[in-house]
Write a protein that binds this ligand. Structure first.
Ligand code: B12
Length: 214
């Protein structure tokens, strides 16, 4: 088994070739994909964020670390998805308007697929109108929103209000997440659930489909 600290270092240093190679070897040697994500890659992105905050890193460094994370996730994602069995619900997921961060959202989407959900991934910078149109077209029963910026968190409330106005709020459970989100914020804006992790998102979604939509 490769030294997995090297995976952490590869993401922090933005070495996507090393991130890909170490992940490939670790998986071939039986490493658990979720352990790689939760114990090495997510902490590495946290360290990248810390360095950005204290001006050791700037946007280019964020981008190359994100590329390394994605190179590794490319190998991990199919394995997370393969864990699933029959569809248990349909989720429309997206990063909210104004926000381009998609690593966490993509992880949540993969684990939801792995948890047996059909996932409609709307991508990033998703407007309330897009969420509404998707609910109407697809009969999704869960809307999952991600936001990484304090400046885009209000888009979650705007979206929930727009769902209400469009008359589709009662058809869906709304789950939210992303680094700046808290349970308190979820309660304030009338979301149905919040989790700080992608694993928690699956548990929330399962609970949401088990409970009748209001
Ligand atoms: C990588 C990164 C970028 C990359 C994004 C690449 C990409 N394709 O995603 C780039 C370079 C593009 C970027 C740009 C910017 N970024 Co940036 N970025 C980051 C960084 C370092 C990591 C984010 C990440 O991927 N984390 C790893 C993932 C796995 O974690 P996560 O997203 O939180 O997701 C987990 C949970 O939150 C949860 N989750 C996520 N979504 C959901 C949804 C649901 C429904 C549920 C239940 C759970 C859930 O599950 C996930 C897995 O456990 C963070 C720092 C940090 N530690 O968060 C800054 C950070 C978010 N960025 C920041 C900033 C300021 C910016 C810019 C404004 C910089 C600039 N001056 O241009 C721009 C904004 C661009 C925009 N309009 O969106 C700040 C935000 C500060 C704030 N208070 O708002 C941060 C916190 C850095 C910092 N410490 O200052 N960034």
């Amino acid at each position: 088994m490769p030294d997995l600290q090297q995976l952490y270092d590869a993401v922090v240093n933005g070495d996507y070739k090393a991130a890909h190679a170490i992940t490939e070897r670790a998986l071939a040697e039986g490493a658990d994909p979720l352990t790689l994500v939760n114990q090495y890659m997510v902490p590495a992105m946290d360290e990248v964020g810390r360095r950005f905050e204290c001006s050791e890193y700037f946007v280019p460094e964020l981008l190359i670390s994100a590329r390394a994370m994605k190179a590794s996730l490319e190998l991990i994602r199919p394995l997370l998805v393969a864990r699933g069995d029959k569809p248990v619900g349909r989720v429309a997921i997206g990063t909210v308007k104004g926000d381009l961060h998609d690593i966490g959202k993509n992880l949540v989407a993969s684990l939801l697929e792995g948890g047996g959900f059909e996932v409609i991934d709307l991508g990033v910078n998703v407007s309330p109108e897009k969420f509404i149109a998707t609910i109407k077209e697809s009969q999704a029963n869960i809307v999952a929103m991600s936001a990484l910026l304090t400046t885009t968190m209000p888009s979650m409330k705007t979206t929930i209000d727009a769902l209400q106005q469009a008359g589709v709020r009662d058809q869906v459970k709304v789950l939210i997440g992303g680094a700046p989100i808290t349970q308190k914020y979820a309660d304030e804006i009338g979301a149905d659930g919040y989790s700080e992790s992608a694993v928690g998102a699956v548990a929330l979604a399962k609970k949401a489909v088990a409970a009748p939509v209001a």
